[in-house]
Design a binder for this molecule. Structure first.
Ligand code: APR
Ligand code: PHB
Length: 392
């Protein structure tokens, strides 16, 4: 079998790239180790920057997102038992975000891929990458007891943090940067109306809490938890009680609780791998970088990576120019590091750190106070939250 671009992974990065290439008339095959249902079962963040919304529109996939997604022009910061709105729309000259779950983005992309007849291999076992530094790049895998081989010009490693692509890069050429945070997020999804119209990010002495949503009838809530915590330790009642304690009194009174339909714990990490290109192998999305979820940048960074990659490949096939592929890594990384910085900063500002000490605690409180009083500081938060621009 032969194609132009072999895409490893059918998460948002791989599927977005697949549609962008299809639109440009470039052939691609997506190879995914899990089933489609498994991929759709993963619950992830759900805040899309304008650039990600534009990308879905450009692909002709915006219809359901615009009908069902919630447009938010602000976020609320909870602090000292009150809540203050950051008017992102006003502070950024009219920019907003779209609350639309990653699962729904993935579902729309999968449907589009089926509709255009593009090939996706699910449940591919033992996926391996070969000769991406040489003349005969190819991908092999096993499925249903048979061995398969795909020859290609390029390999897009869109297979997430645990994938095979980054692991296949020559160790001597790969440099990684990592920060692990000393806490996790315990998340609950419930069929209940959201406590507030817009998200609440709450800094509380018992730990951070976040009130988010998937729709007007489905809520997503998180509380900062210890790394030793287990989902089994948290009954629904214990979760709701803890969340309520970390919210301002009005939100605590308004909170509608109900049975959880999903409950999970996620560790928090910042991670960047450099470079993002090795010969004809390109890394994109979580395969190259991870951000903590505070600010919901993961999916949006994946979207900007694949936009750079698709335009680089279009330049290569259309204009016979390698300029785009030669600058892919540095262009991505400039934007990646800015989002890594923002996600780290927002995480540092909002969580209780076991080792920060009294001095660190006082500094955190002073910084939130300043943020809430200063238009300049709120603008910096707002412009990062709605998404920094992409390079032309
Ligand atoms: N072979 C084939 N597929 C693989 C392999 C492998 N060896 N390893 C992992 N995969 C698949 C995973 O099963 C998953 O479906 O690659 C996909 C990677 O998807 P994501 O982890 O969602 O990563 P990405 O597409 O880059 O999306 C980034 O999604 O994961 C969130 O927080 C992340 O919001 C961010 C965004
Ligand atoms: C979510 O809705 O799951 C979500 C929203 C915002 C975040 C993180 C997660 O910063």
């Amino acid at each position: 079998m032969r194609t132009q671009v072999a895409i490893i992974g059918a998460g948002p990065s791989g599927l977005l790239l697949g549609q962008l290439l299809h639109q440009a008339g470039i052939a691609a095959v997506v190879i995914e180790q899990r089933s489609g249902d498994y991929v759709l079962g993963r619950i992830r963040a759900g805040v899309l920057e304008q650039g990600t919304v534009d990308l879905m529109d450009q692909l002709g996939l915006g219809e359901r997102m615009h009908a069902e997604g919630l447009v938010h022009g602000g976020i609320n910061l909870g602090f000292r038992n009150t809540r203050q709105r950051i008017d992102m729309h006003a502070l950024t000259g009219g920019k907003q975000v779209m609350v639309y779950g990653q699962t729904e983005v993935t579902r729309d992309l999968m449907a589009a891929r089926v509709a255009c007849g593009a090939k996706t291999v699910y449940e591919a076992r033992d996926v391996a990458l070969h000769d991406f530094n040489g003349k005969n790049p190819r991908v092999t895998w096993n499925k249903d007891g048979a061995a398969h081989e795909l020859h290609c010009d390029f390999i897009a490693g869109c297979d997430g943090y645990h994938g095979v692509s980054r692991a296949s890069a020559p160790p001597a050429l790969l440099k990684t940067y990592e920060k692990v945070y000393p806490f996790g997020w315990l998340g609950v999804l419930s069929e209940t109306p959201p406590v507030a119209h817009e998200l609440i990010y709450s800094n509380h002495e018992r730990g951070f809490a976040l009130c988010s949503m998937r729709s007007n009838t489905r809520s997503r809530y998180y509380v900062q938890c210890s790394l030793d915590d287990k989902v089994e330790y948290w009954s629904d009642t214990a979760f709701w009680d803890e969340l309520r304690r970390r919210l301002d009194p009005e939100a605590a009174d308004t909170l509608v609780t109900g049975p959880s339909i999903e409950k999970s714990i996620a560790p928090l990490r910042s991670f960047v791998a450099e470079p993002m290109r090795f010969g004809s192998l390109f890394l994109a999305g979580d395969a190259a970088h991870i951000v903590p979820p505070t600010g919901a940048k993961g999916l949006n960074l994946a979207a900007s990576d694949v936009r750079y990659l698709a335009s680089a490949l279009m330049q290569f096939y259309g204009d016979k120019s390698a300029a785009g592929i030669d600058t892919y890594s540095e262009r991505c990384l400039r934007r990646v590091w800015k989002a890594v910085r923002f996600s780290w900063w927002f995480t540092s500002l909002m969580h209780r750190f076991p080792d920060s000490g009294e001095f660190g605690q006082k500094l955190q409180e002073a910084e939130i106070g300043y943020l809430l009083e200063s238009k300049a500081a709120s603008t910096a938060l707002a412009e990062n939250y709605v998404g920094l621009p992409m390079e032309a």
